[in-house]
Design a protein around this ligand. Structure first.
Ligand code: OSB
Ligand code: MG
Length: 369
């Protein structure tokens, strides 16, 4: 495979409902899409960075120059034997996994389209025809609002509820949720809002028999998580701090958590995600696919990823309509009343791009050759 053109698009779309985590509130998304073209065939990828450098160091504004100055020149006009070689071409760039992942995932989609097969097949997935889905519910203005949202998502069929927590919106809120929904699969995500000094406070969450507590401590920490895990009954799930397959090995070795959330962008694409997955599988660590409020393209890549064998827990991959009044892909990604998404068998990532709508939300684009 030889890429002769990389097209970058910056799209801007309002979210149907704001999304609040411990690091802030998002009302609209600014997303960079990557199209790689080889012999007239296009592959598509999505950069999953946020609008601000708060989840990790990347943000919409850092992606464009990084891709144009460093990534595109290294992948253009280079003869790859396959998409698994793309990551290594940009491995000399420190960090910036999401920017690099946008190009890497586009190359896997390109490969799938060149072979005229679904992306899940190209990446070596296919362990399931339907993927189990959960939802991630942000911090709300009131507990009543949160309870209402949970009720709506359960009625839609979602298999597990994840609620965001932060200091001041944790134990008491989780207690209210548990009182109302004693039976549901429930988990919390702190997005690094605590430190080891909060150990006793976090232990209070044990009484709510949560499925897991996601990334309670620093975004770049593994060791403190190991200490916290040894003091908790609730399994810790690691998100932010697992940026490489090596981090996954270290975290497992230190028993820093019992579950790992795999995000394509956070680890730099499919090849790295597969390595993290394989390490977890070999160590009996279940994984699930995280989300970054993606458009239809990133969402479809997440669905393909979720067909790898160890993705046994419901992921944060939910229907398009929870995020967008209209998505850039069609048909809209939908969740069944059983809380699953049926995996598409169409070539590539499995959905059509709604070109007219995509153009209407594109703020800028640039072609690199
Ligand atoms: O920590 O999983 C996270 C969104 C933005 C940044 C970080 C996270 C999230 C989510 C949303 O939880 C998952 C989704 O619905 O896409
Ligand atoms: Mg998280």
């Amino acid at each position: 495979m030889k890429i002769d053109r990389v097209v970058l698009r910056h799209i801007r779309m309002p979210l149907v409902h704001f999304f609040e985590t411990s690091f802030g509130r998002t009302y609209h998304r600014d997303i960079i899409l990557v199209e790689v073209v080889s012999d007239g065939v296009s592959g598509w990828g999505e950069v999953t960075a946020g609008e601000n450098p708060f989840y990790n160091e990347e943000w919409t504004g850092s992606i464009w120059p990084l891709l144009i100055q460093y990534v595109a020149p290294r992948v253009l006009n280079y003869q790859f034997n396959g998409p698994e070689e793309v990551g290594a071409r940009t491995a000399h760039i420190r960090g910036h996994f999401m920017a690099r992942g946008g190009v890497e995932t586009a190359c896997w989609d390109l490969q799938a389209r060149m072979k005229n097969e679904p992306l899940w097949k190209t990446i070596g997935g296919g362990a399931r025809r339907e993927i189990p889905c959960g939802v991630s519910i942000g911090i709300q203005d009131s507990v009543e609002q949160l309870l209402g949202k949970i009720e709506t998502e359960l009625a839609a069929g979602y298999q597990r509820i994840k609620m965001k927590i932060k200091p001041g919106w944790d134990v008491d809120v989780v207690r209210r949720v548990r009182e109302k929904f004693p039976q549901i699969k429930l988990m919390v995500d702190a997005n690094s809002a605590y430190t080891l000094a909060d150990r006793n406070h976090l232990q209070k969450l044990d009484e709510f028999y949560l499925m897991m507590m996601e990334q309670p401590l620093a975004h770049d920490d593994i060791i403190d998580h190991a200490e916290l895990q040894s003091a908790l009954e609730t399994p810790i799930c690691l998100d932010e701090c697992i940026r490489t397959p090596h981090h996954a090995e270290q975290a497992i070795r230190l028993r820093a958590g019992r579950i790992i959330n795999i995000k394509l962008g956070r680890v730099g694409g499919f090849a790295a995600a597969k390595r993290v997955h394989d390490t977890c599988l070999a160590n009996d660590i279940p994984v699930w696919c995280g989300g970054m409020l993606e458009s239809g393209i990133g969402r479809a890549h997440n669905i393909a990823l979720s067909t790898l064998r160890d993705f046994v827990l419901p992921g944060d991959v939910s229907s398009s309509k929870r995020y967008w009044a209209r998505d850039i892909t069609c048909p809209a990604i939908e969740v069944s009343p059983a809380g699953t998404i049926t995996v598409s068998d169409r070539p590539g990532f499995g959905y059509e791009i709604d070109t007219d709508f995509l153009n209407s939300v594109t703020a800028r684009h640039e072609t690199v050759t």
